[in-house]
Write a protein that binds this ligand. Structure first.
Ligand code: DGP
Length: 112
Protein backbone atom coordinates (compact mmCIF):
# COMPACT_ATOMS: atom_id res chain seq x y z
CA UNK A 1 0.00 0.00 0.00
CA UNK A 2 1.48 3.29 -1.13
CA UNK A 3 2.49 5.55 1.74
CA UNK A 4 2.24 2.79 4.36
CA UNK A 5 5.37 2.77 6.51
CA UNK A 6 5.12 -0.96 7.33
CA UNK A 7 4.66 -1.83 3.64
CA UNK A 8 7.82 0.19 3.02
CA UNK A 9 9.66 -1.81 5.69
CA UNK A 10 8.36 -5.05 4.12
CA UNK A 11 9.66 -3.83 0.74
CA UNK A 12 13.05 -2.95 2.26
CA UNK A 13 12.60 0.73 1.39
CA UNK A 14 12.89 1.78 5.04
CA UNK A 15 15.39 0.11 7.40
CA UNK A 16 14.21 -1.74 10.50
CA UNK A 17 15.83 -3.96 13.13
CA UNK A 18 14.51 -7.10 11.50
CA UNK A 19 14.52 -10.29 13.61
CA UNK A 20 12.52 -12.71 11.51
CA UNK A 21 10.94 -12.96 8.11
CA UNK A 22 9.08 -15.62 6.16
CA UNK A 23 6.85 -15.44 3.12
CA UNK A 24 3.93 -14.08 5.16
CA UNK A 25 5.26 -12.18 8.19
CA UNK A 26 8.05 -9.87 9.19
CA UNK A 27 9.15 -9.11 12.75
CA UNK A 28 11.20 -6.11 13.80
CA UNK A 29 11.87 -4.07 16.95
CA UNK A 30 9.60 -1.14 17.66
CA UNK A 31 11.39 2.15 16.99
CA UNK A 32 10.04 3.53 20.26
CA UNK A 33 10.12 0.59 22.69
CA UNK A 34 7.83 0.66 25.71
CA UNK A 35 9.67 -2.24 27.38
CA UNK A 36 13.04 -3.99 27.11
CA UNK A 37 11.48 -6.30 24.53
CA UNK A 38 9.06 -4.61 22.16
CA UNK A 39 8.59 -6.38 18.84
CA UNK A 40 6.14 -5.78 16.03
CA UNK A 41 4.79 -8.83 14.21
CA UNK A 42 3.51 -7.64 10.87
CA UNK A 43 1.73 -9.50 8.06
CA UNK A 44 3.32 -8.67 4.72
CA UNK A 45 -0.06 -8.23 3.05
CA UNK A 46 -1.60 -4.87 3.84
CA UNK A 47 -4.70 -4.79 6.02
CA UNK A 48 -5.26 -1.40 7.56
CA UNK A 49 -7.03 -2.39 10.76
CA UNK A 50 -8.84 -5.21 12.53
CA UNK A 51 -11.97 -3.44 11.27
CA UNK A 52 -10.99 -4.56 7.77
CA UNK A 53 -10.43 -8.23 8.62
CA UNK A 54 -12.72 -10.34 6.44
CA UNK A 55 -12.25 -13.99 5.41
CA UNK A 56 -9.28 -13.06 3.21
CA UNK A 57 -7.83 -11.05 6.08
CA UNK A 58 -8.21 -14.01 8.40
CA UNK A 59 -6.11 -16.02 5.97
CA UNK A 60 -3.47 -13.28 5.97
CA UNK A 61 -3.33 -13.34 9.77
CA UNK A 62 -3.49 -17.12 10.12
CA UNK A 63 -0.44 -18.29 12.03
CA UNK A 64 0.44 -14.93 13.58
CA UNK A 65 0.21 -16.33 17.13
CA UNK A 66 2.60 -19.11 16.16
CA UNK A 67 5.10 -16.49 15.02
CA UNK A 68 4.57 -14.65 18.32
CA UNK A 69 5.22 -17.82 20.30
CA UNK A 70 8.44 -18.50 18.41
CA UNK A 71 9.61 -14.90 18.84
CA UNK A 72 8.93 -15.09 22.59
CA UNK A 73 11.06 -18.24 22.70
CA UNK A 74 13.83 -16.56 20.67
CA UNK A 75 13.83 -13.53 22.97
CA UNK A 76 13.91 -15.81 26.03
CA UNK A 77 10.69 -14.51 27.54
CA UNK A 78 8.39 -17.52 27.14
CA UNK A 79 8.67 -18.41 30.81
CA UNK A 80 8.99 -14.92 32.29
CA UNK A 81 5.93 -13.78 30.34
CA UNK A 82 4.85 -11.45 27.61
CA UNK A 83 1.85 -9.50 26.38
CA UNK A 84 0.41 -9.41 22.87
CA UNK A 85 -1.47 -6.26 21.89
CA UNK A 86 -3.34 -5.12 18.80
CA UNK A 87 -4.50 -1.53 18.69
CA UNK A 88 -7.52 -0.81 16.50
CA UNK A 89 -8.55 2.74 15.81
CA UNK A 90 -8.08 6.15 17.35
CA UNK A 91 -9.16 5.52 20.93
CA UNK A 92 -6.77 2.56 21.15
CA UNK A 93 -3.93 4.74 19.86
CA UNK A 94 -3.38 2.96 16.55
CA UNK A 95 -0.98 5.17 14.60
CA UNK A 96 0.21 2.82 11.86
CA UNK A 97 -2.73 1.74 9.72
CA UNK A 98 -1.34 -1.71 8.87
CA UNK A 99 -2.43 -4.46 11.27
CA UNK A 100 0.35 -5.56 13.62
CA UNK A 101 0.81 -7.42 16.87
CA UNK A 102 2.95 -5.85 19.59
CA UNK A 103 4.97 -8.33 21.68
CA UNK A 104 5.87 -6.69 24.99
CA UNK A 105 8.16 -8.34 27.52
CA UNK A 106 11.53 -8.39 29.24
CA UNK A 107 10.49 -6.82 32.54
CA UNK A 108 7.31 -6.70 34.67
CA UNK A 109 4.61 -5.08 32.56
CA UNK A 110 2.27 -2.47 33.96
CA UNK A 111 -1.21 -3.91 34.51
CA UNK A 112 -3.73 -3.14 31.77
P1 DGP B 1 0.25 1.33 16.98
O1 DGP B 1 -0.06 2.37 18.02
O2 DGP B 1 -0.29 0.00 17.42
O3 DGP B 1 -0.18 1.73 15.60
O4 DGP B 1 1.82 1.19 17.02
C1 DGP B 1 2.68 1.50 15.98
C2 DGP B 1 4.07 1.27 16.47
O5 DGP B 1 4.94 1.31 15.35
C3 DGP B 1 4.57 2.32 17.44
O6 DGP B 1 4.82 1.69 18.70
C4 DGP B 1 5.84 2.86 16.85
C5 DGP B 1 6.16 1.87 15.74
N1 DGP B 1 6.74 2.46 14.56
C6 DGP B 1 6.23 3.48 13.83
N2 DGP B 1 7.02 3.76 12.79
C7 DGP B 1 8.05 2.86 12.83
C8 DGP B 1 9.20 2.64 12.02
O7 DGP B 1 9.45 3.30 11.02
N3 DGP B 1 10.03 1.63 12.40
C9 DGP B 1 9.79 0.87 13.52
N4 DGP B 1 10.69 -0.07 13.80
N5 DGP B 1 8.72 1.06 14.30
C10 DGP B 1 7.87 2.04 13.96
Amino acid sequence: MKGCIFCQIVAGEIPAAKLYEDDRFIVFRDINPLYRVHLLIVPKRHISSVNEVDDAGNEVLHGIFGVARRMAEKEGVSESGYRLVVNAGKDAGQVVMHVHLHLLAGEPLRPL
